[in-house]
Design a protein around this ligand. Structure first.
Ligand code: SF4
Length: 302
């Protein structure tokens, strides 16, 4: 018996709401960014973690109900990490009846052979993985590559880039790959990690542990995740507001001279669109005002 079968009527209602929220979020992101078009073949990258399982599950549902036709092929890259349970994904994918391909490439040994013990392996590993996935997409004739990153991954990346990279840059919901040949999409862009975790738990996806490579978790990302989780608990609504901010950028109120022509600014006799009150402070919404004391230095970042 699955966990879903044991839910009370109230819990079942909660699950249906959660499922609808996730499906609506994915549908909205697809529509907002024109992620999937009629005739597309979407290659869903499946790692065996909660995010990619949820992504595949929702895309399969939307494919059945969308007014357009698109195909889905699930791809897993078996990197030959010790202890990788290679039967789990093929069994799951065959059971749900989706087209799939398991690509076997021993990037684990390559990375271990090149990177000295104790040094971080992620950058080479992900470069190799990226190349293999692009090649696979070409071989399969996929027109879109779908990744399972969600809203919280995007916010963490925004802070990582600000804190350590000196850039105001998050993770795009849609982008052209670095080799120029592929369109990469992130349909979970509007979905929260909390919802995805709960959904994956209730649906009981056969999760594959993500620490098989033995690489240390990125400590900086972990610290930022903790900071955001702490903010979320203490200042409800702040995370949502920050995410909305990434969709509501005012280049004229930042300092990037490549984004806004400050040198060419001229006064005029009529009201100026985007003009500023200049001497007044922006009003801070009441909820944020009450939260502005003591909200710094919650987590020490390494
Ligand atoms: S955590 Fe492991 S599998 Fe993931 S990118 Fe880093 S080295 Fe590769």
């Amino acid at each position: 018996m699955s966990q879903l079968d044991t839910l009370t009527a109230k819990q079942k209602y909660g699950f249906n709401k959660l499922q609808k929220r996730l499906r609506r979020g994915v549908g909205q992101a697809i529509a907002d960014f024109n992620m999937i078009e009629d005739g597309d073949k979407v290659m869903v990258c499946l790692s065996g973690g909660k995010d990619s399982y949820t992504l595949l599950d929702i895309l399969l549902f939307l494919r059945q109900h969308a007014p357009i036709h698109f195909d889905i092929v699930a791809v897993n890259l078996d990197q030959k990490q010790p202890g990788f349970p290679e039967h789990i994904l093929p069994e799951y994918l065959a059971r749900i009846g989706v087209d799939y391909k398991i690509v076997e490439e021993d990037t684990y040994s390559i990375v271990k052979g090149i990177i000295p013990e104790g040094k971080t392996t992620c950058s080479l590993c992900s470069r190799l993985r990226r190349g293999i996935l692009y090649r696979t997409a070409t071989e399969l004739g996929a027109t879109k590559i779908a990744l399972g990153h969600h809203r919280d991954d995007m916010l963490e990346t925004l802070f990582l880039n600000m804190f350590h990279g000196g850039k105001l840059k998050s993770m795009p919901a849609k982008l052209v790959s670095d080799d120029g040949k592929h369109m990469v999409i992130r349909p979970l862009a509007y979905c929260t990690e909390k919802d995805i975790s709960r959904y994956a738990e209730l649906v009981e996806f056969p999760i594959i542990p993500c620490n098989l490579c033995g690489s240390q978790e990125n400590l900086q990302r972990k610290a930022i995740k903790m900071m955001l989780q702490d903010w979320d608990k203490r200042f409800p609504g702040r995370i949502e507001s920050m995410f909305r901010a990434t969709q509501n950028v005012a280049p004229s109120h930042l300092l990037d001279r490549n984004l806004y022509d400050f040198s060419g600014l001229k006064t005029q006799d009529t009201p100026f669109e985007g003009g500023d009150t200049a001497f007044d402070h922006e009003p801070i919404p009441a909820a944020e005002q009450s939260a502005t004391s003591g909200d710094v230095q919650i987590v020490t970042l390494n």
